[in-house]
Ligand binder design. Structure first.
Ligand SMILES: [Zn+2]
Length: 429
């Protein structure tokens, strides 16, 4: 039997068609695309018919930048958010008042699903500003009745100070920053297990299984490590979110239709793994119909412990931006991270450096060791050499390519806002 995620979302057909008609009526660029492709919108009669419609890509959203893909007048926009734009111009997403309401409702739903309650003290330790994350949680949870501590990102010692002084029960951050907080707290002589924290809500980057294990060890069993997933184009967090059982990201079918396509051919696929394609159902400023997200995900059709039978995202395998192409091999950052963290002597701070020597790609991975290099003696030196050798051999057998692996002293890799930049690609220079 083939399984298609769309078959689980039949009840969203009429809502989908309304959004499609709205986009067609209010967006000249989209209307022309439909006419060009000679598509009769009335031929969409069942949910699987939506695959007749063309896919949208990020390039489409950049048409006539920044307003070209908006479906509302500028005076109706209540707020802008934007992507980081590290690889070019940031994508600027407008929200009408109704869009903000839709988003707040979604974010509150995912927070409740994670077990957040009105009497929680929520420290928002992700960047405020143009990013969607901080404001989404802030707006939704403050309205709900939670106490908010808007610390934003960075200034780690202050973060720990507030956590302790104000009895933070929910910390919203990224997995790597949560790990960094733990390390800094340890240096300050504070055991994070002794704090009042009960939920660590992580997002904005991949949470690999090995990283989850590390975080669980660091923060202790009483803290729930709960993950969410989203992107600026789709209003921010909420596209996928774990329930309190933390076993896969539930899809938010109140706002979106989800499908998978083959990442290469872009054709619909019945496989469990594929590129995630999203359609919005209620958006006013930036409605998206069949938006190809560039994210490769694996779906899970088994029943969740919470009782839900709807498909979940088992894991986000990687964003195309996180894909490393080296010596003709494609590696996802998540795979490399899982590999590294399987070794107890490696920390989660690592950097992958790509260079070219005489037209040949070279890959070097520097990983911060758990050992204190200041106490280096002959015995330890030998031990580290053996560990490096083991990593090189296992990397070769896992990924099929050679990588130079070096264990370096703790805190020796350069950080930006407490985070290590994972990939340094020097090949274009
Ligand atoms: Zn569940």
């Amino acid at each position: 039997m083939t399984i298609n995620a769309l078959n689980y979302q039949k009840k969203n057909l009429s809502r989908f068609k309304k959004q499609l008609d709205y986009l067609y009526d209010n967006n000249k660029y989209y209307r022309e695309k439909i006419i060009e492709n000679d598509i009769d919108l009335s031929s969409i009669k069942k949910i699987t018919d939506i695959t007749k419609l063309p896919l949208l890509t990020k390039q489409d959203l950049f048409h006539d930048y920044p307003y070209g893909f908006y479906s509302t007048k500028r005076k109706n926009i209540a707020r802008y958010h934007a992507t980081s734009g590290t690889t070019g111009k940031p994508l600027i997403v407008g929200f009408t008042k109704k869009d903000l309401k839709t988003r707040n409702k979604m974010v509150l739903d995912i927070c409740k699903r994670a077990g957040i309650k009105k009497d929680d003290v929520v420290q928002i330790c992700v960047g405020y500003g143009m990013f969607t994350g901080a404001f989404s949680f802030h707006d939704a949870l403050e309205q709900y009745g939670c106490t908010i501590i808007p610390t934003s990102s960075g200034n780690t010692e202050k973060q720990i100070f507030y956590m302790k002084m104000l009895h933070t029960t929910v910390l919203i951050t990224s997995p790597s920053y949560a790990m960094h907080l733990y390390e800094v707290a340890k240096e300050m002589g504070i055991d994070v297990k002794e704090l009042d924290l009960r939920i660590l809500k992580v997002g904005s980057e991949l949470l690999t299984e090995e990283m989850r294990k590390r975080l669980q060890e660091a923060y202790g069993d009483k803290v729930i490590i709960n993950q969410d997933y989203g992107m600026t184009e789709t209003m921010g967090p909420g596209l996928g979110s774990e329930c309190k059982y933390c076993d896969g990201l539930h899809l938010y079918t109140k706002n979106f239709v989800y499908e998978l396509v083959d990442p290469v051919t872009k054709m619909p696929t019945d496989k469990n793994v594929g590129e995630l394609v999203i359609s919005t159902l209620h958006n006013e400023c930036l409605p998206l119909i069949r938006y190809a997200t560039n994210d490769i995900v694996e779906l899970d059709y088994t029943k969740c412990k919470c009782g839900s039978r709807a498909p979940r995202i088992k894991k986000v395998i990687g964003r195309c931006d996180d894909m490393i192409k080296c010596k003709g091999v494609k590696l996802f950052l998540s795979q490399v991270e899982d590999f590294i963290l399987k070794h107890h002597f490696c920390t989660s701070n690592y950097e992958i450096i790509l260079t070219t020597e005489k037209y040949i790609d070279k890959i070097k991975i520097e990983i911060e060791s758990i050992y204190d290099f200041a106490k280096m003696d002959e015995k330890m030196k030998k031990k580290i050499e053996e560990q490096e050798k083991k990593l090189v051999e296992e990397f070769k057998s896992t990924f099929g390519i050679y990588a130079k692996v070096m264990l370096v002293a703790p805190n020796s890799i350069k950080r930006q806002n407490g985070k290590v930049k994972r990939i340094k690609d020097l090949r274009k220079l």
